[in-house]
Design a protein around this ligand. Structure first.
Ligand code: ADP
Ligand code: ASP
Ligand code: MG
Length: 474
């Protein structure tokens, strides 16, 4: 069971979590994975980046605020004086470590990826002992475990991947005896360590991935990701008020949604369980009586082709072209070797058949270095006017229509575009993968919400009864 940031956001949330785990652990062994209290990872990253400028004050103030927040939660949760003192001492050591890392950063005015990972990991290292303590308060034997002891990763700071066979060995050696002893382990999400013990993080929102990595390593019967919404919804409820919970969805559909911005799931989450086909549930820790969404290898059809929509706006459109591009051999090859060299995450590619223009989308965080590298790579061609332009547009969004059964359902794209036309939403680019489980289109950022609402309505995704309302075009 994994509990996200809002699910452990304050003392009353943590108490609710402890009750959910208590109920489940009476039925079988449970391993718990926790995120940092909500907002904490952002603050830690801010403390580290402010320190890099050589200014010590912001980090000191942020750590003071974090101390107060955690102390207040601890005092409200743990009645036993002895237990509270133990946890407080452990938390204090973590704060001191964080302050030391930030002081060092300020002194050197340098923030390495390794130090950033060490600082951003502190939130999970603080929340895990508190959650374990809350369970002990309810009479459930529980111990917190740092995932650096369990998840062995590659050394890619800020987005590490697990080395599964080593992780499995560690989990068997450490967690199995605890479970046999009737102890509930509470593991820090988001983090791991290399074989040499250097701490790494799995990427922002990575606690979901921690849960499936550990679930796979332990051959779990099922994995439950507890969050603050009722499951995977037909669209982000913050953007589409009529969005509703999807009872069952396939690994592939859920991955497409996550990849194109549905924050409810980290994009790599299902990778870890593909081989074993372990079901992954998304459930609401604030409404545990609800079923939530079951993510299974094959999913279940909803009667129509389209399952859900998603959108992502922190992305940048880069286009490269001009009439002369036809004569430049290997433009496509050179373009994408360049993006690969700078490790840019390419989300969508579209090219016109006349080859006048190649456009593709990268995460905005990667845009600057991608464009710089492309300008360098094509400098000669631009000078000789073979390539006319390299342009950049950061004010766009990708909207993705997802559903495995769109395959073989004619007319989906047509209906999307008619619906958008009626709302006066202009489409900048379109892409559909050959798997046909995703149609993505690019719109101006300010049209994103209207595009989602119109498409959601067109496919009747908000009503349980009709999923596939046909349009009549006269
Ligand atoms: P946690 O802290 O539990 O990991 P997140 O904030 O990372 O939770 O993810 C949950 C949030 O994802 C929801 O509050 C919701 O706003 C957002 N979200 C975006 N798209 C979807 C979707 N299709 N279904 C459900 N939630 C979504
Ligand atoms: N605390 C981490 C983050 O905010 C990981 C997570 O919540 O999944 O990115
Ligand atoms: Mg999350």
């Amino acid at each position: 069971m994994k509990f996200g940031g809002t699910s452990v956001g304050d003392a009353s949330c943590i108490a609710r979590v402890a009750q959910i785990v208590k109920d489940a652990s009476s039925e079988g062994p449970v391993v718990v994975v926790v995120s940092a209290m909500s907002g904490v990872t952002n603050w830690l990253i801010e403390a580290a980046t402010e320190s890099e400028r050589g200014d010590r004050e912001p980090a000191a103030a942020l750590f003071e605020a974090l101390r107060q927040q955690h102390d207040a939660a601890l005092a409200a949760l743990i009645q036993s004086k002895e237990r509270r003192a133990q946890i407080a001492a452990r938390m204090e050591a973590i704060f001191v470590e964080g302050e030391r890392l930030c002081k060092g950063t300020a002194l050197l005015r340098e923030l390495t990826p390794r130090t950033l990972d060490a600082v951003s990991s502190l939130g999970e290292r603080l929340s895990a002992p508190m959650v374990a303590g809350a369970m002990e308060e309810l009479g459930v034997r529980s111990e917190s475990v740092e995932a650096t002891e369990l998840i062995v990763t590659d050394p890619y700071h800020g987005g590490a991947d697990p080395v599964m066979d080593r992780t499995r060995q560690r989990c068997t050696a450490l967690l199995q005896p605890m479970l046999q002893d009737g102890v509930v382990p509470v593991v820090t999400g988001f983090i791991g360590a290399t074989e040499d013990g250097v701490l790494t993080t799995l990427g922002r929102g990575g606690s979901d991935y921690s849960a499936t990595i550990l679930g796979a390593a332990m051959d779990a019967e099922e994995i439950i990701i507890w969050t603050d919404v009722d499951g995977v919804l037909t669209a982000d409820p913050r953007l589409v008020a009529e969005a509703r919970t999807i009872p069952e969805i396939s690994y592939r559909e859920a991955t497409e949604l996550a990849y194109f911005g549905a924050k409810v799931l980290h994009p790599k989450t299902l990778r870890a369980v593909v081989k074993q086909g372990i079901p992954v549930w998304i459930r609401n820790s604030f409404s545990p009586e609800k079923n939530g969404t079951k993510i299974t290898p094959k999913g279940r059809t909803n009667g129509g082709g389209v399952k859900a929509l998603t959108a992502i706006k922190d992305v940048t459109l880069i286009s490269l072209g001009g009439p002369g591009i036809v004569g430049v051999p290997d433009v496509v090859g050179r373009t994408f070797s360049t993006t690969a060299e700078v490790h840019a995450n390419v989300l969508l590619i579209s090219q016109s058949s006349s080859q006048n223009d190649i456009c593709f989308i990268v995460s905005s965080a990667d845009a600057r270095r991608t464009v710089d590298a492309l300008r360098k790579e094509f400098a000669q061609d631009v000078r000789h006017e073979k390539v006319e332009h390299i342009t950049v547009d950061a004010h766009i969004a990708i909207v993705a229509v997802v559903g495995e059964n769109m395959r073989g359902t004619p007319g989906v794209a047509g209906r999307v575009f008619i619906a958008l036309g009626q709302e006066n939403v202009n489409i900048i680019a379109i892409a559909q993968g050959s798997s046909e489980s995703n149609i993505s289109f690019v719109v101006a950022e300010q049209d994103m919400k209207a595009a989602l609402v119109a498409t959601h309505r067109e496919f009747g995704l908000g009503s349980a009864a009709t999923h596939d309302r046909r349009v009549t075009v006269s």
